[in-house]
Write a protein that binds this ligand. Structure first.
Ligand code: TXA
Ligand code: MG
Length: 322
């Protein structure tokens, strides 16, 4: 199958909506990462996503909508979820709710719950609106690979497997949405992401927020093609000594580090993550894909301490296979 990369415009949305209605999967940009969309009401269409990504079929997909008023068409909303929806949608949040029967069983791997997300990215919403359907969309990477933050990343992974990619440039946040399970009377944080825990507690402080067990994820995620090691320090001297250690073992090393160390350590094979965690989050998946093409081991500087620290640590430790 030929994979077209299309500029975002009305003609593209109409063309892609037609492909979705015919049962194909189409990739589109969101503010977090690129998604691979298909018709959430059709088992046949949803099957195309699992096949293209090589995703285990017991790993559920989330539904993407253009508008809050459509949520009740796909799920039922308890009061605990209402505050979250009112405060953070559209935006980088996925809320797990009790599913309505319309959403096909294979979309949610047979679960009676469904994740719902309304992207703030206007290209995503215009595309979904043109489809006039709820759109299931996992990240548009091959299963276990770093999530895609550009149309080129999607193309690398899914070329020949899907008919179209809507090119919306680089994703603004570069890490996935926060996932909160609000399908019962209390809230459970399943994945840290674009909305911080602090923001959620500020809005839903009166509701118990439980954190899912850290080791609960049985799937592999974000893994580059070569080994990846998290350096437990921001100290330039230490980072340099680790780099030299691997070089002297005859390895080709790529170092992902923040701007200050990138400047201090110039001359090494460095991919600069920028000055802070916001830029590091936006760069991380791109940097992993870039690094794997030039190195056989990737070293990553420890995330800086702030609200995004745990989000980055989660992604990096999974990239490192732990
Ligand atoms: O930012 C995002 O959320 C991106 C963009 C494309 O919207 N999507 C994304 O989807 O990251 P995906 O499929 O790569 O990750 C969704 C996660 C998976 O780990 C899945 O297991 C979990 O959400 N999930 C989906 N439905 C669930 C459910 N009903 N209960 C518990 N976990 C669920
Ligand atoms: Mg994913």
């Amino acid at each position: 199958m030929h994979t077209e990369i299309l500029k975002p415009c009305k003609a593209t949305y109409d063309k892609c909506a037609k492909l979705i209605k015919e049962g194909f999967a189409v990739a589109f940009p969101t503010e977090t990462v690129y998604g691979l969309g298909a018709n959430a009401l059709s088992d046949e269409s949803v099957k195309r996503i699992f096949e293209a990504k090589n995703r285990p079929c017991d790993n559920p997909l989330t539904v993407h909508l253009a508008d809050k008023k459509d949520i009740e068409l796909v799920a039922s909303v308890l009061p605990a979820a209402k505050k979250l929806i009112d405060s953070f949608m559209p935006g980088p949040l996925t809320v797990i709710l009790k599913k309505r029967k319309r959403i096909c069983a294979s979309a949610t791997a047979g679960l009676d719950t469904v994740g719902v997300r309304i992207p703030s990215n206007i290209i995503a919403r215009d595309f979904i609106k043109a489809c006039g359907l709820p759109i299931v969309a996992p990240s548009a990477n091959l299963s276990s690979r770093p999530s895609p933050t550009t149309a080129m990343h999607v193309y690398e992974d899914l070329k020949g497997k899907i008919p179209a990619i809507i090119d919306g440039g680089s994703c603004e946040l570069g890490i996935e949405s926060t996932i909160i399970d609000a399908s019962s009377g209390y809230l459970k944080l399943l994945r840290s992401g674009g909305i911080s825990e602090k923001q959620i507690i500020n809005v839903c402080g009166d509701i118990f927020l439980e954190k899912a067990a850290v080791k609960s994820d049985k799937y592999r995620h974000y893994e580059p093609k070569c080994p990846c090691i998290l350096l437990n320090s921001n100290d330039g001297e230490y980072i340099k000594s680790e780099y030299i250690k691997y070089i002297s073992q005859g390895k080709k090393v790529a170092l992902l580090c923040y701007d200050d160390n990138a400047k201090a350590l110039s001359g090494l094979n460095i991919i600069n993550l920028g000055k802070d965690n916001i830029s590091a989050a936006a760069m991380l998946f791109n940097a992993l894909r870039q690094a794997e093409s030039t190195a056989d081991i990737i070293l990553i500087e420890k995330p800086k301490e702030d609200d995004l620290e745990n989000v980055l640590l989660d992604r990096i430790s999974k990239a490192c296979g732990s």
